[in-house]
Each structure stands twice: as structure tokens, then as C-alpha cells.
Design a protein around this ligand. Sequence first.
Ligand code: MN3
Length: 223
Amino acid sequence: MQTTTSLQNVANEKGEFILPKLEYAFDALEPYIDAQTVEIHYAKHHQTYITNLNNALKGHDNLIKLSVEELLTDLSKIPADIVNLVKNHGGGHANHSLYWSVMAASGKNGNISKDLQAGLDKFFGGLDSFKDQLAKSTISVFGSGWGWLSVNNKGELIIETSLNQDSPLSKGNIPLFVIDVWEHAYYLKYQNRRAEYVQNIFSNTNWEMISLRYEQALNKLKG
Ligand code: MN3
């Protein structure tokens, strides 16, 4: 089990971003997400965002030092000629890194911490109600995008959605959990049945990692 939540900072000796290690086998999310989808999604789609982000940052030595989270948190600091590339491909890298890390092999979801359970109770009326609300919001994303559980700057748990590769970080929120609803995340197995894919995601939710992210987000807000 991972103990860090900063997977997005993985870089090689040249400071280029690289794919974070997948903590499970390609077929570990079966039967809910098929091995071929995981492999193509991770090795091709995610890698392409990383390659394009690294290309965009070439020659911008002051930016290469930053984590992808730092790049996305204040897009106003990114030069105009590459800001859209950083938003789209940096977002693609950060969002997918989170997606992989908050998923767990089928049957290995781990436990929800007492604090996260209390938060889900307080802000959504319990775990089942949270799942329903997140699923509903995520299923209704029009086109390609994401459904999120995040912490806002007041420390409240919120459900939000984003389009394309937009990250909650750019709005000042800290993402804890995410569901990818780009068709490449589910089309091979589910075709047009996005709702079924979204509902099945909870079979592979890594509650231990989400609980850890929640604890770290609240600590970060406390400063
Ligand atoms: Mn994707």
C-alpha cells in the first residue's frame, strides 16, 4: 500500500515527469475494469499526457523544478504560450496519477478512516448517499471529463465535476478521489454504458488511500 500521496512528483534525473508505478497488475481491477483497458489507459493515454507535458516545459527551467500539482495550482504563473498545454497535459498527468492511486485491486479496498466516515456522514448523509451523489454527478458529465470528491479551502468535503483535463487544484480545491469518464476509461468493456462503469468503480475504490489523502489535505489547510 502506498504511503505517499504525491505520486505526481515522480520525475527522472533530468527533471522530466515519468509514469508513476502502478501498484497492481493490469488485470487486478477485473472483472469491473478489464486488463486491456487498464494497460492502454496507463501505458498509452497517461504516457502521452506526460510526454506532451515534458515537451511543453522544455526550455522553461524555472517550471521544470515544480511538481505538477504546483504547476496546476496557479496557472496564472505559466507563460501564455504554454498555459493551455500545461493545463491539458499537466492536468492529464495529475488526474490520471490520482485515478490510479485511488483504485485498488478487487476485494482490497481497505478501510475508511473514522475521520473520513465522519466527513461523509456530515457532508453527504453517509457513505451510500455519497456514492449515489458522486455517481449521479459523474454520469451526467457531458462529453469527456471527471467526477471528484474534493476538499475545499474551508475544509469541507465537496463533490465536483470537471471537463477535459481540468483539475480541482486550479480552483483551489484538493482532490481526494476521482472517476475518469473519458470514453477511453471504459469503452472496450462498457461501450455506451457509462452509468454501469461508474457504479462499478466503487468495487475498486482504495478507501485507505482516500482516507490518507483526507487527513493530509486537512493538515495542509491547518498550515
Ligand atoms: Mn483517462
